[in-house]
Design a protein around this ligand. Sequence first.
Ligand SMILES: Cc1cc2nc3c(=O)[nH]c(=O)nc-3n(C[C@H](O)[C@H](O)[C@H](O)COP(=O)(O)OP(=O)(O)OC[C@H]3O[C@@H](n4cnc5c(N)ncnc54)[C@H](O)[C@@H]3O)c2cc1C
Length: 222
Amino acid sequence: MLSVGGSPVWRTVTGGSREYVDLIAEQIGEIRTGTPVRAVRRYAAGAEVTAADGTTESYDSVVVAVHPDQALRLLADPADREREVLGAFRHSRNTTLLHTGTRLLPRARGARASWNYLMPSCTAGADRVRVSYGMNRLQPLDATETFVVTLGGEERVDPARVPARMLYEHPVCTPESVAAQRRLHELAGDVCVFAGAPATAGGSTRTAAARESRPAALGARR
Ligand SMILES: Cc1cc2nc3c(=O)[nH]c(=O)nc-3n(C[C@H](O)[C@H](O)[C@H](O)COP(=O)(O)OP(=O)(O)OC[C@H]3O[C@@H](n4cnc5c(N)ncnc54)[C@H](O)[C@@H]3O)c2cc1C
C-alpha cells in the first residue's frame, strides 16, 4: 500500500457497511440498542449481564466486543491476568470532523488520495500530524461536493463547513499493547471471550480470533 505504483484495488461494499450489518442482524433474534451494559459477572456455567437500568439477565456465554479498557470496567470480578492484559491498552481521544473544505488535502488534485497526511513542518511532533480521509474516494460517494473526515485539524477547518463532529477513541500502539495483543487468547474461556478490534488487531476492522473452544451458542439466553 505504501509503494508509489501498483497499489491494490480498493473495494467497497455496495450500499455501505449497513448492508452486512443488516444481514447479520437478521440472524440475531433480539438486538437491543441504547442499552448500555454495566457489569458482566461470570460463573462456571454462564454469565449474568446487568444493564444500566439495573436489570440482570443470565446467558450461557458472552462476547465482550468493546475496547479493552471498557471491557475491564465491565467485568465484575476480573482475574489478575485480565487486569494485566486488558489494562495494557491505552487510547487517545480525537475530535473528528466531517467537513467539506479542501484545506487539509494536497493542493494538486492529482495528489489527493484516500488517506492524506499533513505535517505542518518536518520537525513537527506526532500530535501535530493531521490525517484526512477523502470520503468521495473511500466510500465512494456519488457527490459533486468534496467530503473529508479529519482527525483533529480544528484550526485549519472552516467551522461553517462542518456538518458533523465526533469524538473517537483510537488505540495507541505501545510495546505494552503489542505484547498484550499476543496474550489475548489466554483470556478466552468457555463462558466469555473478548472480541473488540482495538485489542485484537491493533485498531483495524479485522475480527478477533478466539480460541477453538469459544462459546458455541453465542448470546443464547438460558
Ligand atoms: C475516523 C476513523 C476511521 C477509521 N478508519 C478505519 C479504516 O479505514 N480501516 C479500518 O480497518 N479501521 C478503521 N477504523 C477503525 C475501526 O472503525 C475500528 O477498528 C472498529 O470500528 C472497531 O470495531 P469494534 O467492534 O471492535 O469496536 P467499536 O466499533 O468501537 O464497537 C464497540 C461498540 O460497543 C459499544 N459499547 C461500549 N461500551 C458498552 C457498554 N458498556 N454497553 C453496551 N455497548 C457498549 C460502543 O458504543 C460501540 O458501539 C477507523 C476508526 C475511526 C474512528
